[in-house]
Design a protein. Structure first.
Length: 217
């Protein structure tokens, strides 16, 4: 409770960006740039930004951006390879012939995303797996927007789970005085919230996702 006043700035920033997104003032890409600009302004107002820290953030941004571009390039090549081999379409056709309810197949796919999120970077796994699973999910009649929301939640859940839990490693790298095991134990407290969110999405996909999507300008 004592630490809550320290996040007021973040809550204000989040509210402004989400309002701008839903009202159509900015696109998703522009929202990222606006967030950086507002975050920089907050740091300047609070007088907590040093030149050394600013240059360090620039260097980290360049390094991560290059990493993401390499992942995207590799995943794009891999996706083209899958398309040529017709593996995604054949896999979707084979799974569709299984005598299993659609919800069972969906949970099998989500389990793959949870495991993949544990051992791989979320973006890399999404780029590699979506060409395989997306045709199957749409063939089963599920809404693509709803499936995208579900996959994002499930993959980020994997990003805080052992053994990899890339987000936990990032936090441990930023807070070097806190052991990695402590970070993982703290992150596990969020798992029930993920499970509840998934249950709500499964029980009422129309009201939880599609209605919100229609509000975006």
């Amino acid at each position: 409770m004592k630490a809550l006043p320290e996040i007021i700035d973040i809550l204000i920033l989040f509210t402004i960006i989400m309002y701008a997104l839903f009202t159509g003032v900015v696109t998703a890409t522009e929202a990222a740039a606006a967030s950086c600009a507002l975050g920089l302004a907050i740091c300047l107002i609070r007088k907590k930004l040093t030149w050394k820290g600013f240059m360090a953030s620039i260097g980290d941004t360049l390094r991560i951006s290059c990493l993401v571009f390499m992942i995207v390039a590799g995943a794009t090549i891999f996706g083209r390879f899958l398309a040529i081999t017709r593996l995604p379409f054949e896999a979707a056709s084979w799974i569709s012939t299984l005598d299993l309810p659609n919800w069972v197949l969906l949970w099998m796919i989500l389990l793959c995303y949870i495991i993949g999120g544990c051992v791989m970077d979320a973006l890399a796994f999404l780029l590699i797996s979506l060409p395989i699973f997306f045709p199957l999910v749409t063939a089963m009649g599920y809404d693509p927007i709803w499936f995208g929301q579900v996959v994002c939640i499930v993959t980020t859940m994997g990003a805080i789970m052992p053994p990899i839990g890339i987000c936990c490693y990032i936090v441990a790298g930023m807070a070097k005085d806190i052991p990695l095991g402590t970070v993982f134990r703290g992150a596990l407290y969020y798992i029930p919230a993920y499970i509840i969110s998934m249950a709500i999405l499964m029980l009422s996909p129309y009201w939880t996702v599609l209605v919100l999507s229609d509000l975006v300008k």
